[in-house]
Design a protein around this ligand. Structure first.
Ligand code: IYR
Length: 223
């Protein structure tokens, strides 16, 4: 077997414990304020900011470092209009018989319906694709832990969006195969998540929800 194992020194980031505590708390407080926002301002976002948050997403860990993702950044008004139209067609069906009543009941406190105006008002849509495999000159090359890897990249993306003061929504029109056609992706790129990004509308409101506290989500095994 060919040995490709090469290393470079790891460059540690060092803080005092006091500073670590301050950073841990301030990052928690920042992320605690993150909300899924459905009412966007039309104000455009500088391209450089979006490039950085996308690079942050691309720094996520992935199976065998295969980085099995493509992020389509859509700011073109006509493409956003087509995506909205196709998403609303699917969502109309989902909300009128597609989703079972139990699901609709579980969603009712979010106040969502098939209208997806945010797909046009948000200045940018990030459409995330997962790649179960790549195709290069040698043919098909398998990727590993694709769902986990792309989920992690989306987590990094959402954190970066929050960190720079923008808002986003993790939108999952279902089914979302239409994105593959509209964005002319290769057959092996599968739509994963549709994330409108921008500034909140001045009068944006969010559902009054609460997050589980530490003891509800952590079980400790140790002293
Ligand atoms: N995809 C639909 C429905 C929906 C489903 C879940 I689970 C949500 O947390 C929110 C919405 C929509 O986007 O409206």
């Amino acid at each position: 077997m060919m040995n490709n194992y090469r290393t470079i020194p790891y460059q540690p980031i060092r803080f005092s414990e006091e500073e670590m505590m301050l950073r841990a708390r301030s990052f928690f407080e920042l992320m605690q304020k993150r909300r899924s926002v459905r009412h966007f301002s039309e104000r455009p976002v500088p391209q450089g900011i979006l490039d950085y948050v996308l690079q942050t997403a691309g720094s996520a860990p992935s199976g065998a470092n295969r980085q099995p993702w493509t992020f389509c950044l859509v700011t073109d008004a006509e493409l956003k209009r087509r995506i909205r139209q196709a998403a609303e067609e699917e969502e109309y069906k989902a909300y009128h018989g597609g989703m079972p009543q139990e699901w609709l009941n579980d969603l009712s406190y979010l106040g969502t319906d098939w209208h997806k105006e945010f797909l046009e008002t948000a200045p940018a849509l990030i459409v995330v694709f997962r790649k179960p495999y790549d195709i290069d000159e040698q043919g098909q090359h398998k990727n590993y832990y694709v769902q986990e890897s792309v989920g992690l990249a989306c987590g990094f993306l959402l954190a970066a969006i929050q960190y720079c003061g923008l808002v986003a929504l993790t939108h999952t029109p279902s089914p979302m195969n239409f994105l593959q056609g509209i964005l002319q992706r290769a057959e092996w790129e599968k739509p994963y998540l549709l994330i409108p990004v921008g500034y909140p509308a001045d009068d944006a409101e969010v559902p009054d929800i609460h997050r589980k506290n530490l003891s509800e989500i952590v079980t400790r095994f140790g002293p």
